[in-house]
Design a protein around this ligand. Structure first.
Ligand SMILES: *Cc1c(COP(=O)(O)O)cnc(C)c1O
Length: 451
């Protein structure tokens, strides 16, 4: 009974898959937050390296992964594909369950798959420091790791609430030599303004983005980096799906169902885009692709497909995407990485056009699924990844009812070793199942930019 399906080091993909080549219609242009006109490469040049700006708009199907990037990815890639025999047995399902395990990276999630190439292109273009924001700390620790390996400095604005409550991610950033500053800070104008208004504020992700962008825009040697949502980020993550497709082929399999959790969309995009490409080009027209999100922040299942700002302050570009409104502050669920008001524009388009679907879950049922997974397969997954586990278990139980032996593939995006307080809250019975915040979302959707 084969459990792990492994590839050799040299089988790390040599090219990323750019799904923009296979979209039924081109993406809508990104708009400038001030002029509301399409952004130009020049607008973006003050905070991003040119290579990433070109990747963002490229419609070339395959883009070479630089050898120096593959060298570093090789520290943990190709990542293993597992067959979840014990979970199948526990569920008594005829379905075959496979999962791609991204928790083997040094920071413990899929995020370094894009942090490494982003640090590389910045280094190549002579940048010496990168500024970014982080919520729970997954992205900050991934970028700290990647910048260190390329000899760049890294400044991370970490939302004050997490900085105080989740000290260990901050400690990881320090080990990798990054400067981690609680946000709001007195280092930027946006931070100072927020502190003047409320010295005791616990901050927000939107505010931390504003601080990092301002830092990058006001220093010549510094660029900004984003861990999800953007096209180039989703493309860098396609190593996940490209490897998984190879690994399944080694056991003569192709998935009937592909599942992932969605915050900004990057890990789900990474696993699913190669398969979505197969679907759109008619190679596998019947494959089902499902995104799992929290009921408390139901961007794909309850949001509007419209132009909106990428951040709370309205400084970031305006994107066509599913959104709950840029000033919507999601309830404080434990899957911090899934609390974003918008989603990747490509993923949004594919959901809008019916190539993919979405489901939403409450926290308690998600942690119940995570416990089932830990007690069968052994891995204690991140609260974010637990949403994908829940959707997978539901699909496997549907197969049990119908007697179908479907092949299910899901992305296990990271481990939960620094999220044990969330598990403790689940066992203590203090996790709140927030209802769909209909009123808040309605109010927030009234503030979309007029374009
Ligand atoms: C950040 C994070 C996510 C959510 O981000 P996406 O861009 O939607 O992938 C999911 N899982 C883990 C483990 C994360 O760290």
């Amino acid at each position: 009974m084969q459990t792990k399906i492994l590839l050799d080091d040299e089988q790390i993909p040599k090219q990323w898959y750019n799904i923009q080549a296979d979209l039924p219609t081109p993406l809508e242009p990104v708009l400038h937050p001030g002029t509301k006109k399409p952004v130009t490469p020049d607008d973006l040049k003050i905070i991003f390296p040119m290579e990433l700006i070109m990747q963002e708009v490229s419609t070339k199907r395959n883009i070479d992964i630089p050898a120096e990037v593959r060298d570093i990815l090789q520290l943990w890639r190709p990542s293993p594909l597992y067959r979840a025999h014990r979970l199948e047995k526990f569920l008594k399902t005829p379905a075959k369950i496979y999962y791609k395990w991204e928790g083997v990276s040094p920071p413990g999630s899929h995020k370094p798959n894009t942090a490494v190439p982003q640090a590389y292109y910045n280094m190549k273009e002579g940048i010496s420091r990168i500024a970014t924001e982080t919520g729970a700390g997954q992205w900050g620790s991934a970028l700290a790791f990647a910048t260190k390996l390329f000899g760049l400095k890294c400044t991370i604005y970490m939302v004050r609430a997490s900085y105080d409550q989740k000290p260990y991610r901050k400690s990881m950033m320090h080990v990798w030599g990054a400067e981690c500053i609680p946000s709001p800070s007195d280092k930027t104008r946006s931070g100072k303004a927020a502190l003047e208004k409320d010295p005791d504020t616990t901050g927000s992700l939107g505010l931390a983005i504003s601080e990092a962008v301002e830092d990058a825009a006001t220093h010549n040697d510094t660029n900004y980096s984003l861990g999800s949502v953007l096209n180039h980020v989703c493309m860098h993550q396609t190593v996940i799906g490209l490897e998984a497709r190879e690994q399944l082929a080694m056991v003569d399999e192709y998935p009937d169902v592909v599942i992932g959790c969605v915050g900004g969309g990057s890990n789900f995009a990474g696993l699913s885009f190669p398969f979505a490409g197969d679907k759109m080009t008619g190679k596998h027209p019947d494959i089902k692709i499902t995104a799992a999100e929290p009921t408390a922040c139901p961007t794909l299942t309850k949001g509007l497909y419209a132009y909106d700002f990428g951040d709370v302050a309205g400084l970031a570009p305006i994107l066509k995407m599913y959104t709950l409104g840029h000033d919507f502050i999601p309830p404080a669920i434990h899957a911090g990485g899934l609390r974003y008001h918008g989603d990747s524009p490509i993923l949004s388009k594919l959901v809008h056009e019916g190539v993919m679907g979405a489901v939403a879950y409450h926290q308690n049922e998600v942690f119940e699924a995570a416990q089932t997974f830990a007690c069968t397969e052994g891995i204690i997954v991140a609260p974010e990844a637990a949403h994908a586990v829940k959707a997978t278990i539901d699909e496997a139980l549907r197969c049990k009812k119908s007697g179908e032996a479907k092949t299910i593939l899901f992305n296990n995006s990271g481990h939960g070793n620094f999220d044990m307080s969330a598990y403790d809250a689940y066992y203590a019975g203090t996790l709140v199942d927030y209802e769909y915040p209909a009123e808040l979302i309605k109010e927030s959707l009234a503030h979309l930019p007029k374009v």
